[in-house]
Design a protein around this ligand. Structure first.
Ligand code: NAD
Ligand code: 89Y
Length: 341
């Protein structure tokens, strides 16, 4: 499976490591591409990739790719996905899928019409603690879940590695909200309606840096999703998501340090669900980095078996619709029904 990676910036380094780890599963990084030739060349040298490009069109024309992994920022996703579709190449695109729901729907439709695999690199639902919690829910360990709080609160200096975030007009819901709202969907199912409040607490950023969302899921469960880049707490648990879920038989609480507490029938079981720090990873990012490998591994398996990924374009449009509904709810001050796709 010849993969081409487009975008060789900050986060693409994790993808390049993950694809390198997946070489024994049939992956060959055939080419890398970045509009900044220095970045493309540096990535090719670092990861031993035989070809580098500064023009994605040329890469598609000259290499027969079996997969393209798009790791650029959101403004270029639609053009690059359409380029992949026109060259009949299956694609993975980083979150946020698109700048708005219309773009996400158009990309989904284009890949569907061409009969092509398109998935979104939504890695948070593949984090080690999430994999364990989902397995516990699936096994019915705490019965039917009916309430949850999913919380990402930090003041870690994300602007250092990702300075562009300070300039986003639609900020935390699109950058981080899509991850945390996706986790809520993965844990409790589809969302029927929601209400939301957004705040810009840091005067030096353009968009909202805090969102508090209350959701009713179609199952009847209720969840609260919290995202902020302005929680000046200690310890700062970045980039951990803290989770509490209550069910008919018990409760699951994911605590700082990836300590998972599972209470069933009055008995408490405590597990350490922190993933290993991969040889190329480092704290505090290791949870996210390990989930990049898990997400790539899952999507590769789906592609190789001819199936859709858990985080297919079709699935991710639903998460994006929840984020759009949250913006609308925050703006109107009313509860908003989530659009069905
Ligand atoms: P970045 O700006 O560091 O890197 C993007 C790279 O894409 C740049 O090097 C740029 O030159 C290149 N590029 C832009 N247009 C291009 C084009 N048309 N063809 C080829 N290359 C092009 O950004 P980043 O921080 O690496 O973010 C990339 C994506 O990853 C964003 O969508 C971001 O939201 C996402 N991200 C995801 C996670 C996660 O956990 N899933 C974490 C951080 C960032
Ligand atoms: O941009 C964000 C993301 O997608 O995951 C973590 C992050 O890099 C900073 O919170």
């Amino acid at each position: 499976m010849k993969v081409g990676v487009v975008g060789c910036g900050f986060f693409a380094q994790n993808h390049l490591h993950a694809w390198t780890d997946l070489v024994p599963r049939g992956i060959e990084i055939a080419a890398v591409c970045d509009v900044d030739p220095a970045k493309a060349k540096a990535a090719a040298e670092k990861f031993g990739v035989p070809h580098w490009y500064s023009d994605a069109e040329a890469m598609f024309r000259e290499r027969s790719l079996g997969l393209v992994d798009i790791v650029t920022r959101v403004g270029t996703h639609q053009r690059l996905v359409e380029l992949a579709v026109s060259h009949k190449v299956p694609a993975i695109v980083q979150k946020p899928f698109g700048p708005d729901i219309a773009a996400c729907r158009e990309m989904t439709q284009a890949s569907k019409q061409a009969g092509l695999f398109l998935a979104v690199h939504e890695n948070f639902r593949f984090q080690a603690p999430m994999r364990r919690i989902r397995a516990l829910l699936q096994a019915g360990t705490i019965g039917t879940p009916s309430w949850a709080r999913i919380s990402f609160r930090t003041a870690y200096d994300i602007y250092k590695g990702q300075p562009y975030l300070a300039l986003e007009e639609r900020f935390v819901l699109i950058d981080l909200g899509v991850h945390v709202l996706d986790m809520a969907r993965a844990l409790l199912g589809e969302v029927e309606h929601l209400s939301a409040e957004t705040q810009r607490r840091n005067p030096n950023v353009r968009g909202e840096d805090t969102a508090t969302v209350m959701m009713r899921h179609t199952s009847g469960a209720v969840s609260i999703v919290e995202c902020t880049y302005e929680a000046r707490r200690l310890p700062d648990v970045f980039p951990e998501t803290l989770i509490e879920i209550e069910g008919s038989k018990g409760a699951i609480v994911l605590k700082p340090g990836s300590i998972l507490e599972v209470a069933v029938n009055g008995k408490l079981n405590r597990e350490d669900v922190d993933p290993p720090v991969l040889p190329w990873a480092e704290r505090p990012w290791h949870i996210v980095q390990e989930s990049v490998l898990a997400a790539c591994s899952h999507m590769l398996e789906a592609l190789q078996s001819g199936g859709a990924a858990d985080t297919s374009a079709h699935d991710n449009v639903r998460t994006f619709a929840v984020a759009e509904a949250a913006y609308e709810a925050a703006k109107s001050g009313r509860a908003v029904k989530v659009a069905t796709i």
